[in-house]
Design a protein around this ligand. Structure first.
Ligand code: PGA
Length: 259
């Protein structure tokens, strides 16, 4: 279990350059204004905005506000058109999301590729946020299998570097905040996991991990429900999609991690 809460914003394939800068600056200002301290906050913009967002954050830098990437290549270098490697990201970001369910689903990422990404991230000094999650409510076997498929190949030292995000696939992008942020009128009713069910899975995942591993919950986290997750004993933070695109929502989530 980690002593500091970790709040990660996954912007996915959203924002123009100017929207990204406004969002990053708004979050930085919100964290300062509300004196949100004692937690770590990571913003994961799309690849092309990583450098300008990092530059925007570097003016009057907040030590606990960091930048992450949404993915990394499974290869270190070479003839892989369109890929972005861990050595390219080294020095630009501190964290990288790996094995997100959208990548597993749309890009058919396998456990072997996810493992390779995790290892390369660690090799180049990046903290991998390994996402695992079951497809349907109630059948958590897949989440456990996805975690086991990676950690059984990692050394003890590599395991110490992991952050794990439990993201039930059925709960992703279902919240009201998602509809508000991305402008969809089709959003279904919120169906995030309950705090207690997420805690139960987080506890099972923890049995497989070093005690210090931060475990995040993700899936329709909002300003309204964040506290329900953040107060669970085995949940060390949240991975936020839709609600990370609105300054007020995201700051409210960060604030619920401290009081
Ligand atoms: P959501 O996304 O908060 O919009 O459900 C979470 C995620 O996919 O990481």
């Amino acid at each position: 279990m980690s002593s500091r809460k970790l709040i990660v914003g996954n912007w996915k394939m959203n924002t123009t350059l100017s929207e990204a800068i406004i969002l990053a600056e708004g979050i930085k200002e919100g964290l300062s204004t509300h004196q949100v301290a004692g937690i770590d906050v990571v913003l994961c913009p799309p690849f092309p905005w990583i450098v300008p967002v990092a530059e925007a954050l570097s003016r009057h830098r907040l030590a606990h506000l960091k930048v992450g990437a949404q993915d990394v290549s499974w290869q270190e270098e070479g003839t892989y058109t369109g890929e972005v490697s861990a050595p390219m990201l080294k020095g630009l970001v501190d964290y990288v999301i790996v094995g997100h369910s959208e990548r597993r689903q749309h890009f058919h990422e396998t456990d072997q590729e996810v493992l390779a990404k995790v290892r390369l991230a660690i090799k180049f000094g990046l903290k991998p946020i390994l996402c695992v999650g079951e497809l349907k409510p109630g059948s958590i076997r897949l989440a456990i299998e996805q975690l086991e498929a990676v950690i059984k190949h990692l050394t003890k030292a590599e395991r110490e570097e992991l952050v794990v995000a439990y993201e039930p696939v059925w709960a992703i992008s279902k919240g009201k905040s998602h509809a508000d942020a991305v402008g969809s009128s089709q959003a279904e009713q919120p169906v995030s996991a309950s705090g207690l069910s997420a805690q139960s899975v987080a506890n099972q995942l923890r049995q497989l991990l070093p005690t210090s591993t931060p475990i995040l919950y993700g899936g329709s986290v909002s300003a309204e429900n964040a506290r329900e997750f953040l107060t669970q004993p085995d949940i060390d933070g949240v991975l936020v999609g839709g609600a990370s695109l609105k300054v007020s929502q995201f700051i409210a989530i960060c604030r619920s991690a401290i009081n």
